[in-house]
Ligand binder design. Structure first.
Ligand SMILES: *Cc1c(COP(=O)(O)O)cnc(C)c1O
Length: 344
């Protein structure tokens, strides 16, 4: 009964098999391997973007920080949600790599188009003295487990375009959002107005690979230079390529995300029946819910693993409602969900 994170799950066996298969003889280094050509072609086909530039890095933080550095100048500001991973969970790596600062758009996990417009309007009002407007960064699935509809994404991108600003999408859980919306990768990205995507793989069964996809190739060389200078160009790159190649073969990426989302839906249904309170709409594979401390203790004692959210398990008030986060990864089994729900 493990719901701590989709990072704590295992690597998919098909990925380990692909790594073993890639581990034969020699392959050119630094991304010049044949598997990388395959990955580039496959991503271009999946995204219906024949001219896209595609790169691999090993962490989502590197993908976001290097992508945003490429889209911004040090005197600019990146517009993002106050709950965004780039703000809360990357130890200022985006600021470190870009030299830019972050402007937090007021509101919840999802930015609204109006709030984004007001934030953008609030910058560049002090001439040379103030920060200049820079890229907009959107997270899909959001850090609170909600998913922007295509119309919501389009509205945010439209605001960015009003001001001539580029849009970055943090897609650490890209595929969980894609299958939740049942749309195409193109619709969730460049057709809505997204310029660059951090396309996650690690949380969905890879050992450690994320792609950075530029729909406009003009920034590609700068990204390559930044990746190398930032120490994120892997020499034995074929092992990154092999993971992404198998991920996009036989729908492994889609199968894994569908499974995670379906098990999460099963969990949500059970929690709802048990009267749990939801803090955010559980649109994909993450649930934020509150239930009484006594119940948390029972789950904990039975071996369930998950994070309380800004709350402590120890305390006197057994009835106090404590918020928690429950994440379903690709590997969780329906039986584990049922075992968990049986404790309610
Ligand atoms: C997990 C995650 C990342 C990437 O994190 P790393 O630990 O650097 O791989 C980026 N964005 C979001 C929204 C995430 O949940």
């Amino acid at each position: 009964m493990h719901f701590a994170s989709d990072n704590s799950g295992p690597v998919h066996p098909e990925v380990l098999a692909a790594l073993a298969e890639a581990n034969q003889g020699y392959a050119m280094a630094y991304g010049a391997d044949a598997l990388m050509n395959q990955v580039r072609d496959r991503i271009r086909a999946i995204f219906e973007a024949p001219g896209a530039a595609v790169y691999l890095v090993a962490t989502g933080t590197a993908a976001n920080a290097l992508a945003l550095a490429t889209l911004s100048n040090p005197w600019e500001t990146v517009f993002c949600s106050a709950m965004s991973h780039i703000h809360e969970d990357e130890c200022n790596a985006p600021e470190f790599y870009s030299g830019a600062k972050l402007t937090l758009v007021p509101g919840g996990d999802k930015m609204s188009a109006d709030a984004l417009r007001r934030s953008i309007q609030g910058e560049e009002t002090r001439g040379v003295h103030g920060p200049q407007r820079g890229p907009v960064s959107i997270t899909q699935v959001t850090e609170r487990g909600t998913v922007y509809s295509l119309a919501e994404l389009q509205a945010l991108c439209d605001v960015a375009k009003e001001f001539g600003l580029p849009v970055h999408l943090d897609g650490a859980r890209f595929t969980n959002a894609l299958v939740a919306l049942d749309c195409t990768p193109a619709e969730m990205t460049w057709k809505a107005g997204v310029d660059v995507v951090s396309f996650g793989g690690t949380k969905n069964g890879l050992m450690g690979v994320e792609a950075v996809i530029f729909f406009d190739e003009s920034k590609a060389w700068e990204f390559e230079l930044r990746r190398k200078r930032g120490a994120h160009l892997f020499s034995k790159h074929r092992y990154l390529s092999a993971q992404m190649a198998v991920y996009l073969t036989d729908d492994l990426w889609l199968r894994s995300a569908r499974r995670a989302n379906a098990n999460c839906a099963r969990l949500v249904q059970g929690l709802r029946a048990a009267g749990a309170e939801f803090l955010h709409a559980p649109d994909a594979n993450i649930v934020f819910a509150s239930f009484p401390r006594s119940l948390h203790k029972r789950l904990h004692d039975a071996g369930a693993v998950y994070h309380l959210w800004g709350a402590e398990l120890e305390g006197d008030d057994a009835d106090e409602m404590l918020p928690c986060r429950l994440v379903c990864d690709w590997s969780i089994e329906a039986e584990q969900i049922d075992q968990f729900l049986a404790l309610f």
